[in-house]
Design a binder for this molecule. Structure first.
Ligand code: NA7
Length: 540
Protein backbone atom coordinates (compact mmCIF):
# COMPACT_ATOMS: atom_id res chain seq x y z
CA UNK A 1 0.00 0.00 0.00
CA UNK A 2 1.35 3.45 -0.88
CA UNK A 3 1.96 5.54 2.21
CA UNK A 4 1.04 9.23 2.27
CA UNK A 5 3.75 11.83 1.70
CA UNK A 6 1.93 14.42 3.83
CA UNK A 7 0.92 13.62 7.37
CA UNK A 8 0.21 15.30 10.67
CA UNK A 9 3.06 13.60 12.50
CA UNK A 10 6.24 11.75 11.63
CA UNK A 11 7.47 9.46 14.39
CA UNK A 12 11.11 8.40 14.25
CA UNK A 13 11.73 5.07 15.96
CA UNK A 14 9.62 1.98 16.65
CA UNK A 15 10.79 1.24 20.17
CA UNK A 16 8.38 1.46 23.08
CA UNK A 17 8.04 5.24 22.69
CA UNK A 18 7.44 5.23 18.94
CA UNK A 19 4.99 2.37 19.23
CA UNK A 20 2.86 4.16 21.79
CA UNK A 21 3.17 7.42 19.84
CA UNK A 22 1.66 5.83 16.75
CA UNK A 23 -1.16 4.35 18.79
CA UNK A 24 -2.01 7.56 20.61
CA UNK A 25 -1.76 9.89 17.60
CA UNK A 26 -3.96 7.62 15.54
CA UNK A 27 -6.47 7.42 18.35
CA UNK A 28 -6.61 11.22 18.26
CA UNK A 29 -7.45 11.11 14.54
CA UNK A 30 -4.03 12.29 13.37
CA UNK A 31 -2.31 10.84 10.34
CA UNK A 32 1.07 9.29 11.18
CA UNK A 33 4.09 7.88 9.41
CA UNK A 34 6.75 6.08 11.40
CA UNK A 35 10.29 5.19 10.35
CA UNK A 36 12.49 2.58 11.96
CA UNK A 37 16.06 1.55 11.13
CA UNK A 38 15.49 -2.00 12.38
CA UNK A 39 13.54 -4.66 10.54
CA UNK A 40 10.74 -4.66 13.11
CA UNK A 41 9.45 -3.04 16.29
CA UNK A 42 11.26 -3.17 19.62
CA UNK A 43 14.06 -0.58 19.54
CA UNK A 44 16.53 -1.43 22.31
CA UNK A 45 14.96 -4.86 22.66
CA UNK A 46 15.24 -5.51 18.95
CA UNK A 47 18.98 -4.80 18.80
CA UNK A 48 20.41 -5.78 22.19
CA UNK A 49 20.14 -9.56 21.89
CA UNK A 50 23.31 -10.47 23.74
CA UNK A 51 23.15 -13.50 26.05
CA UNK A 52 21.80 -12.55 29.47
CA UNK A 53 20.10 -9.34 28.26
CA UNK A 54 17.37 -8.55 30.73
CA UNK A 55 15.50 -5.48 31.93
CA UNK A 56 16.51 -4.10 35.33
CA UNK A 57 12.96 -2.94 36.10
CA UNK A 58 10.42 -5.60 37.13
CA UNK A 59 8.46 -6.86 34.13
CA UNK A 60 5.11 -6.00 35.67
CA UNK A 61 6.23 -2.35 35.87
CA UNK A 62 8.24 -2.26 32.64
CA UNK A 63 5.15 -2.66 30.48
CA UNK A 64 2.57 -0.39 28.88
CA UNK A 65 -0.11 1.01 31.16
CA UNK A 66 -2.34 2.60 28.50
CA UNK A 67 -4.59 -0.43 28.08
CA UNK A 68 -5.89 -2.34 31.05
CA UNK A 69 -6.95 -5.21 28.75
CA UNK A 70 -3.34 -5.49 27.63
CA UNK A 71 -2.13 -5.46 31.24
CA UNK A 72 -4.57 -8.18 32.16
CA UNK A 73 -4.05 -10.45 29.18
CA UNK A 74 -0.24 -10.53 29.12
CA UNK A 75 1.48 -13.04 31.42
CA UNK A 76 5.07 -12.36 32.41
CA UNK A 77 7.00 -15.51 33.22
CA UNK A 78 9.70 -13.99 35.44
CA UNK A 79 10.19 -11.11 37.85
CA UNK A 80 12.76 -9.55 35.49
CA UNK A 81 11.97 -10.33 31.87
CA UNK A 82 14.63 -11.43 29.42
CA UNK A 83 15.16 -9.62 26.14
CA UNK A 84 13.35 -12.37 24.13
CA UNK A 85 10.30 -12.14 26.39
CA UNK A 86 10.17 -8.33 26.22
CA UNK A 87 10.51 -8.47 22.45
CA UNK A 88 7.70 -11.00 22.14
CA UNK A 89 5.57 -8.73 24.37
CA UNK A 90 6.30 -5.77 22.09
CA UNK A 91 5.44 -7.89 19.06
CA UNK A 92 2.17 -8.80 20.72
CA UNK A 93 1.44 -5.10 21.34
CA UNK A 94 2.28 -4.27 17.72
CA UNK A 95 -0.12 -6.99 16.49
CA UNK A 96 -2.88 -6.15 18.91
CA UNK A 97 -2.93 -2.44 18.07
CA UNK A 98 -1.95 -2.82 14.41
CA UNK A 99 1.08 -0.60 14.87
CA UNK A 100 3.29 -2.00 12.11
CA UNK A 101 1.06 -0.57 9.37
CA UNK A 102 2.19 2.96 10.34
CA UNK A 103 5.90 2.14 10.15
CA UNK A 104 8.36 1.83 7.32
CA UNK A 105 11.06 -0.55 8.57
CA UNK A 106 14.70 -1.03 7.56
CA UNK A 107 14.70 2.69 6.88
CA UNK A 108 16.77 5.38 8.53
CA UNK A 109 15.72 8.99 8.71
CA UNK A 110 18.66 10.90 7.31
CA UNK A 111 17.40 14.44 7.69
CA UNK A 112 14.54 16.45 9.14
CA UNK A 113 14.48 20.04 7.95
CA UNK A 114 12.02 22.69 9.09
CA UNK A 115 10.32 24.59 6.29
CA UNK A 116 9.61 27.95 7.94
CA UNK A 117 7.19 29.18 5.28
CA UNK A 118 5.04 26.09 5.30
CA UNK A 119 5.51 25.47 9.07
CA UNK A 120 6.25 21.84 8.25
CA UNK A 121 9.02 19.35 8.78
CA UNK A 122 10.50 17.80 5.66
CA UNK A 123 11.77 14.34 6.53
CA UNK A 124 14.05 12.38 4.18
CA UNK A 125 15.03 8.74 4.52
CA UNK A 126 17.93 6.63 3.28
CA UNK A 127 15.47 4.97 0.90
CA UNK A 128 15.05 8.32 -0.84
CA UNK A 129 11.56 8.99 0.47
CA UNK A 130 10.48 12.51 1.44
CA UNK A 131 7.56 13.12 3.80
CA UNK A 132 6.13 16.41 5.03
CA UNK A 133 4.61 16.62 8.50
CA UNK A 134 3.24 19.30 10.77
CA UNK A 135 5.03 17.72 13.72
CA UNK A 136 8.12 15.58 14.05
CA UNK A 137 8.53 13.34 17.09
CA UNK A 138 11.92 11.81 17.81
CA UNK A 139 11.41 8.57 19.71
CA UNK A 140 14.96 7.57 18.91
CA UNK A 141 15.88 6.17 22.31
CA UNK A 142 18.38 7.22 24.94
CA UNK A 143 20.72 4.30 24.40
CA UNK A 144 20.60 3.45 20.74
CA UNK A 145 23.73 4.89 19.15
CA UNK A 146 26.26 2.15 19.95
CA UNK A 147 29.79 3.19 20.92
CA UNK A 148 32.73 1.19 19.60
CA UNK A 149 35.91 2.77 20.93
CA UNK A 150 38.63 3.54 18.50
CA UNK A 151 41.23 1.11 19.85
CA UNK A 152 44.38 0.96 17.71
CA UNK A 153 44.31 -2.05 15.39
CA UNK A 154 40.56 -2.57 15.91
CA UNK A 155 39.99 -3.69 12.34
CA UNK A 156 42.97 -6.05 12.24
CA UNK A 157 41.47 -8.79 14.39
CA UNK A 158 40.93 -11.97 12.36
CA UNK A 159 38.44 -13.56 14.76
CA UNK A 160 34.82 -12.68 15.39
CA UNK A 161 33.97 -9.13 16.48
CA UNK A 162 30.66 -8.46 18.20
CA UNK A 163 28.93 -5.53 19.89
CA UNK A 164 26.30 -6.24 22.53
CA UNK A 165 24.04 -3.60 20.97
CA UNK A 166 24.10 -5.19 17.50
CA UNK A 167 23.94 -8.85 18.37
CA UNK A 168 23.35 -11.36 15.54
CA UNK A 169 19.74 -12.55 15.37
CA UNK A 170 20.76 -16.17 15.10
CA UNK A 171 22.82 -15.96 18.30
CA UNK A 172 26.46 -16.84 18.81
CA UNK A 173 27.85 -20.18 19.96
CA UNK A 174 31.02 -19.54 21.97
CA UNK A 175 31.67 -23.23 22.63
CA UNK A 176 35.38 -23.96 22.45
CA UNK A 177 36.27 -20.30 21.91
CA UNK A 178 38.59 -17.94 23.75
CA UNK A 179 36.48 -14.84 24.21
CA UNK A 180 37.43 -11.34 25.34
CA UNK A 181 34.75 -8.96 26.66
CA UNK A 182 35.62 -5.26 26.80
CA UNK A 183 33.40 -3.31 29.17
CA UNK A 184 31.75 -3.90 32.51
CA UNK A 185 28.57 -1.80 32.33
CA UNK A 186 25.14 -3.48 32.29
CA UNK A 187 25.72 -5.18 28.96
CA UNK A 188 29.10 -6.62 29.97
CA UNK A 189 28.00 -7.63 33.45
CA UNK A 190 24.83 -9.31 32.17
CA UNK A 191 26.56 -11.21 29.38
CA UNK A 192 29.78 -12.23 31.18
CA UNK A 193 28.24 -15.04 33.31
CA UNK A 194 26.49 -16.49 30.24
CA UNK A 195 29.55 -16.34 28.01
CA UNK A 196 31.71 -17.85 30.77
CA UNK A 197 29.42 -20.88 30.90
CA UNK A 198 29.89 -21.52 27.20
CA UNK A 199 33.37 -20.37 26.24
CA UNK A 200 36.54 -22.34 26.66
CA UNK A 201 38.06 -19.26 28.26
CA UNK A 202 36.76 -15.77 28.97
CA UNK A 203 38.97 -12.73 29.53
CA UNK A 204 37.19 -9.69 30.94
CA UNK A 205 38.85 -6.35 30.17
CA UNK A 206 37.68 -3.99 32.89
CA UNK A 207 38.48 -0.29 32.73
CA UNK A 208 36.22 0.78 35.58
CA UNK A 209 34.85 -1.58 38.19
CA UNK A 210 31.11 -1.24 38.57
CA UNK A 211 28.53 -1.70 41.30
CA UNK A 212 26.15 -4.55 40.63
CA UNK A 213 23.40 -6.10 42.72
CA UNK A 214 22.03 -9.60 42.05
CA UNK A 215 18.62 -9.45 40.41
CA UNK A 216 17.00 -11.86 42.82
CA UNK A 217 15.14 -13.02 39.78
CA UNK A 218 12.46 -15.69 40.14
CA UNK A 219 9.83 -17.36 38.00
CA UNK A 220 6.40 -15.76 38.35
CA UNK A 221 3.95 -18.05 40.09
CA UNK A 222 0.30 -18.01 39.02
CA UNK A 223 -0.67 -16.78 42.45
CA UNK A 224 1.78 -13.89 42.43
CA UNK A 225 0.78 -12.94 38.90
CA UNK A 226 -2.91 -12.90 39.83
CA UNK A 227 -2.17 -10.74 42.85
CA UNK A 228 -0.22 -8.25 40.75
CA UNK A 229 -2.93 -8.08 38.11
CA UNK A 230 -5.62 -7.49 40.71
CA UNK A 231 -3.61 -4.56 42.09
CA UNK A 232 -2.39 -3.11 38.82
CA UNK A 233 -4.19 0.22 39.10
CA UNK A 234 -2.75 0.86 42.56
CA UNK A 235 0.71 -0.25 41.43
CA UNK A 236 0.63 2.26 38.57
CA UNK A 237 -0.66 5.00 40.86
CA UNK A 238 2.23 4.45 43.28
CA UNK A 239 4.71 4.30 40.39
CA UNK A 240 3.55 7.73 39.26
CA UNK A 241 4.04 9.12 42.74
CA UNK A 242 7.56 7.73 43.00
CA UNK A 243 10.99 9.03 42.13
CA UNK A 244 11.83 6.27 39.69
CA UNK A 245 8.54 5.23 38.10
CA UNK A 246 8.22 1.95 40.03
CA UNK A 247 5.96 1.50 43.05
CA UNK A 248 8.73 1.80 45.63
CA UNK A 249 9.63 4.57 48.04
CA UNK A 250 12.93 4.98 49.87
CA UNK A 251 13.25 4.58 53.62
CA UNK A 252 11.38 7.40 55.42
CA UNK A 253 14.59 8.55 57.14
CA UNK A 254 17.96 9.71 55.96
CA UNK A 255 20.70 7.08 56.13
CA UNK A 256 22.46 8.54 59.14
CA UNK A 257 19.29 9.38 61.01
CA UNK A 258 18.81 5.70 61.79
CA UNK A 259 21.02 3.40 63.84
CA UNK A 260 23.54 0.95 62.39
CA UNK A 261 21.21 -2.00 62.86
CA UNK A 262 18.26 -0.41 61.07
CA UNK A 263 20.52 0.83 58.28
CA UNK A 264 21.89 -2.67 57.72
CA UNK A 265 18.40 -4.13 57.81
CA UNK A 266 17.24 -1.64 55.17
CA UNK A 267 20.22 -2.34 52.90
CA UNK A 268 19.80 -6.08 53.35
CA UNK A 269 16.11 -5.79 52.45
CA UNK A 270 16.86 -3.81 49.27
CA UNK A 271 19.76 -6.11 48.38
CA UNK A 272 17.36 -9.05 48.58
CA UNK A 273 14.71 -7.23 46.52
CA UNK A 274 17.45 -7.14 43.91
CA UNK A 275 18.91 -4.83 41.35
CA UNK A 276 18.98 -1.15 40.65
CA UNK A 277 16.53 -0.23 43.44
CA UNK A 278 19.41 -0.59 45.88
CA UNK A 279 20.49 2.92 44.81
CA UNK A 280 17.37 4.34 46.43
CA UNK A 281 17.40 2.58 49.79
CA UNK A 282 17.73 5.91 51.61
CA UNK A 283 16.57 9.23 50.15
CA UNK A 284 19.96 10.93 50.63
CA UNK A 285 22.08 8.06 49.35
CA UNK A 286 23.24 9.82 46.20
CA UNK A 287 23.38 13.32 47.65
CA UNK A 288 25.16 12.99 51.02
CA UNK A 289 28.70 11.57 50.80
CA UNK A 290 28.47 10.10 54.32
CA UNK A 291 25.18 8.35 53.50
CA UNK A 292 26.68 7.11 50.25
CA UNK A 293 29.62 5.69 52.12
CA UNK A 294 27.38 3.48 54.24
CA UNK A 295 25.92 1.93 51.08
CA UNK A 296 29.38 1.54 49.57
CA UNK A 297 30.72 -0.31 52.61
CA UNK A 298 27.72 -2.66 52.62
CA UNK A 299 28.20 -3.56 48.95
CA UNK A 300 31.95 -3.97 49.27
CA UNK A 301 31.39 -6.57 51.97
CA UNK A 302 28.95 -8.36 49.69
CA UNK A 303 31.43 -8.39 46.80
CA UNK A 304 34.19 -9.76 49.04
CA UNK A 305 31.84 -12.49 50.25
CA UNK A 306 31.12 -13.61 46.67
CA UNK A 307 34.63 -13.61 45.24
CA UNK A 308 37.05 -16.23 46.56
CA UNK A 309 40.34 -14.52 45.65
CA UNK A 310 40.73 -11.32 47.71
CA UNK A 311 42.99 -9.72 45.07
CA UNK A 312 40.36 -10.24 42.36
CA UNK A 313 37.64 -9.05 44.75
CA UNK A 314 39.61 -5.87 45.33
CA UNK A 315 39.91 -5.25 41.59
CA UNK A 316 36.15 -5.74 41.21
CA UNK A 317 35.35 -3.15 43.88
CA UNK A 318 34.70 0.28 42.36
CA UNK A 319 37.06 2.98 43.59
CA UNK A 320 36.29 6.05 41.60
CA UNK A 321 32.61 6.86 41.70
CA UNK A 322 30.08 7.13 44.51
CA UNK A 323 27.69 4.17 44.47
CA UNK A 324 24.56 4.91 42.42
CA UNK A 325 26.07 7.74 40.38
CA UNK A 326 26.55 5.30 37.54
CA UNK A 327 23.57 3.05 37.02
CA UNK A 328 23.84 0.09 39.39
CA UNK A 329 23.76 -3.05 37.33
CA UNK A 330 21.21 -5.80 37.96
CA UNK A 331 23.06 -9.06 37.49
CA UNK A 332 22.63 -12.82 37.54
CA UNK A 333 25.75 -14.40 39.02
CA UNK A 334 28.30 -11.77 37.97
CA UNK A 335 30.75 -11.69 40.87
CA UNK A 336 30.86 -15.49 41.46
CA UNK A 337 31.75 -15.88 37.77
CA UNK A 338 35.26 -14.72 38.70
CA UNK A 339 35.64 -17.87 40.84
CA UNK A 340 35.59 -20.00 37.68
CA UNK A 341 38.83 -21.48 36.39
CA UNK A 342 38.07 -20.38 32.83
CA UNK A 343 37.66 -16.67 33.63
CA UNK A 344 40.44 -14.06 33.83
CA UNK A 345 39.97 -10.47 34.93
CA UNK A 346 42.28 -7.93 33.35
CA UNK A 347 42.34 -4.60 35.16
CA UNK A 348 42.98 -2.00 32.48
CA UNK A 349 43.88 0.55 35.15
CA UNK A 350 46.93 -1.58 35.98
CA UNK A 351 47.74 -2.60 32.42
CA UNK A 352 45.95 -0.34 29.91
CA UNK A 353 44.69 -1.56 26.55
CA UNK A 354 47.44 -1.10 24.03
CA UNK A 355 46.08 -2.51 20.78
CA UNK A 356 44.00 -5.10 19.04
CA UNK A 357 46.14 -7.51 17.06
CA UNK A 358 45.27 -10.06 14.42
CA UNK A 359 45.02 -12.74 17.09
CA UNK A 360 43.81 -10.94 20.19
CA UNK A 361 44.30 -7.99 22.52
CA UNK A 362 47.55 -6.61 23.81
CA UNK A 363 47.63 -4.62 27.02
CA UNK A 364 50.74 -2.93 28.34
CA UNK A 365 51.15 -6.12 30.39
CA UNK A 366 50.70 -9.01 27.96
CA UNK A 367 48.99 -10.37 24.86
CA UNK A 368 45.72 -12.31 25.18
CA UNK A 369 45.01 -14.79 22.36
CA UNK A 370 41.33 -14.64 21.43
CA UNK A 371 38.88 -16.15 18.94
CA UNK A 372 36.18 -13.51 19.57
CA UNK A 373 36.03 -9.98 20.96
CA UNK A 374 32.80 -8.67 22.43
CA UNK A 375 32.49 -4.91 22.69
CA UNK A 376 30.19 -4.18 25.63
CA UNK A 377 31.27 -0.58 25.41
CA UNK A 378 27.95 1.20 25.65
CA UNK A 379 26.40 4.08 23.78
CA UNK A 380 26.70 7.69 22.81
CA UNK A 381 23.79 8.15 25.18
CA UNK A 382 20.87 10.58 24.95
CA UNK A 383 22.21 12.75 22.13
CA UNK A 384 23.96 10.18 19.89
CA UNK A 385 20.92 9.01 17.96
CA UNK A 386 19.84 12.61 17.26
CA UNK A 387 23.37 13.67 16.31
CA UNK A 388 23.40 11.06 13.58
CA UNK A 389 20.43 12.72 11.86
CA UNK A 390 20.74 16.03 10.03
CA UNK A 391 18.12 18.00 11.96
CA UNK A 392 17.71 21.65 10.98
CA UNK A 393 15.38 24.18 12.58
CA UNK A 394 14.81 27.86 11.94
CA UNK A 395 17.38 29.60 9.71
CA UNK A 396 18.79 26.21 8.71
CA UNK A 397 20.53 25.88 12.10
CA UNK A 398 21.51 22.29 12.84
CA UNK A 399 20.66 20.65 16.13
CA UNK A 400 24.26 19.41 16.29
CA UNK A 401 25.50 23.00 16.21
CA UNK A 402 22.79 24.19 18.60
CA UNK A 403 23.83 21.50 21.10
CA UNK A 404 27.57 21.85 20.62
CA UNK A 405 27.99 22.78 24.29
CA UNK A 406 25.62 20.00 25.41
CA UNK A 407 21.90 19.36 24.86
CA UNK A 408 19.52 22.26 25.59
CA UNK A 409 15.83 21.55 25.92
CA UNK A 410 12.76 22.83 27.65
CA UNK A 411 11.35 20.02 29.84
CA UNK A 412 13.25 17.55 27.67
CA UNK A 413 10.35 17.92 25.23
CA UNK A 414 11.06 20.96 23.06
CA UNK A 415 14.05 22.82 21.66
CA UNK A 416 14.27 26.57 20.99
CA UNK A 417 14.64 27.29 17.29
CA UNK A 418 13.05 23.94 16.40
CA UNK A 419 9.28 24.53 16.32
CA UNK A 420 6.98 21.51 16.34
CA UNK A 421 9.83 19.13 17.06
CA UNK A 422 9.33 16.92 20.09
CA UNK A 423 11.69 14.60 21.90
CA UNK A 424 10.54 11.54 23.83
CA UNK A 425 12.51 10.57 26.98
CA UNK A 426 15.44 12.57 25.71
CA UNK A 427 17.99 14.83 27.38
CA UNK A 428 16.48 17.19 29.92
CA UNK A 429 13.85 14.68 31.05
CA UNK A 430 14.28 12.02 33.78
CA UNK A 431 14.65 9.54 30.88
CA UNK A 432 16.57 6.44 32.01
CA UNK A 433 16.44 7.55 35.64
CA UNK A 434 12.79 6.51 35.67
CA UNK A 435 10.71 3.70 34.21
CA UNK A 436 11.21 4.23 30.47
CA UNK A 437 7.82 2.87 29.43
CA UNK A 438 5.78 5.02 31.80
CA UNK A 439 8.04 7.96 30.96
CA UNK A 440 7.48 7.46 27.24
CA UNK A 441 3.72 7.19 27.72
CA UNK A 442 3.71 10.45 29.66
CA UNK A 443 5.74 12.26 27.04
CA UNK A 444 3.61 11.00 24.17
CA UNK A 445 0.42 11.91 26.04
CA UNK A 446 1.78 15.38 26.75
CA UNK A 447 2.70 15.87 23.08
CA UNK A 448 -0.65 14.53 21.84
CA UNK A 449 -2.52 16.78 24.29
CA UNK A 450 -0.45 19.74 23.11
CA UNK A 451 -1.25 19.01 19.46
CA UNK A 452 -4.93 18.69 20.39
CA UNK A 453 -4.80 22.06 22.18
CA UNK A 454 -3.05 23.74 19.25
CA UNK A 455 -5.55 22.34 16.76
CA UNK A 456 -8.53 23.34 18.88
CA UNK A 457 -7.25 26.89 19.25
CA UNK A 458 -6.20 27.34 15.64
CA UNK A 459 -2.47 27.49 16.26
CA UNK A 460 -0.04 25.95 13.83
CA UNK A 461 2.43 24.84 16.39
CA UNK A 462 4.62 25.68 19.33
CA UNK A 463 8.24 26.43 20.01
CA UNK A 464 10.20 26.40 23.24
CA UNK A 465 11.28 29.91 24.20
CA UNK A 466 15.01 30.49 24.73
CA UNK A 467 14.49 31.95 28.20
CA UNK A 468 12.48 28.85 29.18
CA UNK A 469 15.23 26.58 27.85
CA UNK A 470 17.82 28.53 29.81
CA UNK A 471 15.75 28.33 32.99
CA UNK A 472 15.29 24.59 32.51
CA UNK A 473 19.00 24.01 31.89
CA UNK A 474 19.80 25.99 35.04
CA UNK A 475 17.32 23.89 36.97
CA UNK A 476 18.88 20.64 35.71
CA UNK A 477 22.35 21.86 36.71
CA UNK A 478 21.24 23.09 40.14
CA UNK A 479 19.52 19.80 40.89
CA UNK A 480 22.56 17.83 39.72
CA UNK A 481 24.93 19.99 41.75
CA UNK A 482 23.02 19.14 44.91
CA UNK A 483 23.92 15.46 44.32
CA UNK A 484 27.00 13.30 43.87
CA UNK A 485 26.14 12.46 40.23
CA UNK A 486 28.52 14.99 38.63
CA UNK A 487 31.44 13.23 40.34
CA UNK A 488 31.13 10.14 38.14
CA UNK A 489 32.52 9.75 34.64
CA UNK A 490 29.19 8.36 33.56
CA UNK A 491 27.27 8.40 30.32
CA UNK A 492 24.73 10.60 32.14
CA UNK A 493 27.55 13.18 32.04
CA UNK A 494 28.60 12.39 28.47
CA UNK A 495 31.93 11.33 29.98
CA UNK A 496 32.16 8.00 28.14
CA UNK A 497 32.53 9.59 24.71
CA UNK A 498 35.80 11.38 23.95
CA UNK A 499 35.16 15.05 23.17
CA UNK A 500 31.53 15.08 24.32
CA UNK A 501 30.71 18.11 26.54
CA UNK A 502 30.66 17.19 30.22
CA UNK A 503 27.13 18.15 31.24
CA UNK A 504 24.68 16.28 33.44
CA UNK A 505 21.96 15.65 30.88
CA UNK A 506 18.99 14.47 32.93
CA UNK A 507 16.36 15.84 35.31
CA UNK A 508 17.17 14.61 38.79
CA UNK A 509 14.06 15.76 40.66
CA UNK A 510 12.26 12.44 40.30
CA UNK A 511 9.48 11.11 38.14
CA UNK A 512 6.55 12.46 40.19
CA UNK A 513 7.93 16.01 40.39
CA UNK A 514 8.73 16.02 36.69
CA UNK A 515 5.21 14.88 35.78
CA UNK A 516 3.78 17.66 37.91
CA UNK A 517 5.94 20.31 36.23
CA UNK A 518 4.93 19.12 32.75
CA UNK A 519 1.26 19.05 33.74
CA UNK A 520 1.48 22.59 35.12
CA UNK A 521 3.03 23.85 31.90
CA UNK A 522 0.18 22.30 29.89
CA UNK A 523 -2.43 23.72 32.27
CA UNK A 524 -0.93 27.19 31.99
CA UNK A 525 -1.55 27.16 28.22
CA UNK A 526 2.02 26.01 27.55
CA UNK A 527 3.91 28.58 29.53
CA UNK A 528 7.49 28.79 28.22
CA UNK A 529 6.45 27.90 24.68
CA UNK A 530 5.71 30.38 21.91
CA UNK A 531 2.51 29.45 20.15
CA UNK A 532 2.81 29.66 16.38
CA UNK A 533 -0.31 31.28 15.04
CA UNK A 534 -1.03 31.65 11.36
CA UNK A 535 -4.56 32.89 11.87
CA UNK A 536 -4.32 35.16 14.87
CA UNK A 537 -1.68 37.48 16.23
CA UNK A 538 1.23 35.90 18.17
CA UNK A 539 0.61 35.58 21.86
CA UNK A 540 1.93 38.64 23.76
P1 NA7 B 1 27.99 1.37 29.75
O1 NA7 B 1 27.29 1.35 31.04
O2 NA7 B 1 28.35 2.68 29.17
O3 NA7 B 1 29.30 0.48 29.90
C1 NA7 B 1 30.30 0.48 28.93
C2 NA7 B 1 31.52 -0.21 29.47
O4 NA7 B 1 32.51 -0.21 28.46
C3 NA7 B 1 32.13 0.50 30.67
O5 NA7 B 1 32.63 -0.45 31.54
C4 NA7 B 1 33.24 1.31 30.04
O6 NA7 B 1 34.28 1.64 30.91
C5 NA7 B 1 33.72 0.34 28.98
N1 NA7 B 1 34.46 1.02 27.95
C6 NA7 B 1 34.02 1.98 27.10
N2 NA7 B 1 35.01 2.38 26.29
C7 NA7 B 1 36.09 1.66 26.65
C8 NA7 B 1 37.43 1.63 26.18
N3 NA7 B 1 37.86 2.44 25.21
N4 NA7 B 1 38.28 0.77 26.77
C9 NA7 B 1 37.87 -0.03 27.75
N5 NA7 B 1 36.62 -0.05 28.24
C10 NA7 B 1 35.75 0.80 27.69
O7 NA7 B 1 27.15 0.62 28.62
P2 NA7 B 1 26.21 -0.67 28.74
O8 NA7 B 1 25.81 -1.06 27.38
O9 NA7 B 1 26.84 -1.69 29.57
O10 NA7 B 1 24.97 -0.16 29.55
C11 NA7 B 1 24.27 1.01 29.17
C12 NA7 B 1 22.96 1.09 29.86
O11 NA7 B 1 22.05 0.15 29.26
C13 NA7 B 1 22.92 0.71 31.31
O12 NA7 B 1 23.35 1.69 32.18
C14 NA7 B 1 21.47 0.36 31.52
O13 NA7 B 1 20.72 1.52 31.70
C15 NA7 B 1 21.09 -0.28 30.23
P3 NA7 B 1 34.24 3.06 31.72
O14 NA7 B 1 33.22 2.86 32.80
O15 NA7 B 1 33.82 4.11 30.73
O16 NA7 B 1 35.62 3.24 32.19
Amino acid sequence: MTQPANVDVVVVGAGVAGMYAVHRFRRDGLTVRGFEAGADVGGTWFFNRYPGARCDVESVDYSFSFSDELQQEWDWSEKYATQPEILSYLNHVADRFDLRSAFTFDTRVESAIFDEDAVEWVVRTDAGECVRARYCVFATGSLSAANTPDIPGRDRFAGRVLHTAAWPHDGVDFTGMRVGVIGTGSSGIQSIPMIAQQAEHLTVFQRTANYSVPAGNAPMTDEHRDEQKAEYAERRRLSRLSGGGSPFQPHPHRALEVGEEERRRAYEERWNMGGVLFAKTFPDQTSDPAANDTARIFVEEKIRSMVADPVIADRLIPKDHPIGTKRIVTDSGYFPTFNRDNVTLVDLRETPLHEVTESGIRTTGEHYDLDAIVFATGFDALTGSLDRIDIRGRADRTLREHWRGGPRTYLGLGVDGFPNLFLVTGPGSPSVLANMILGAEDHVDWIADAIGYLDRHGYRGLEARTDAVERWQAELAERADRTLFPRANSWYMGANIPGKPRVFMLFLGGFATYREICAQVAESDYDGFELVDAVRRPRP
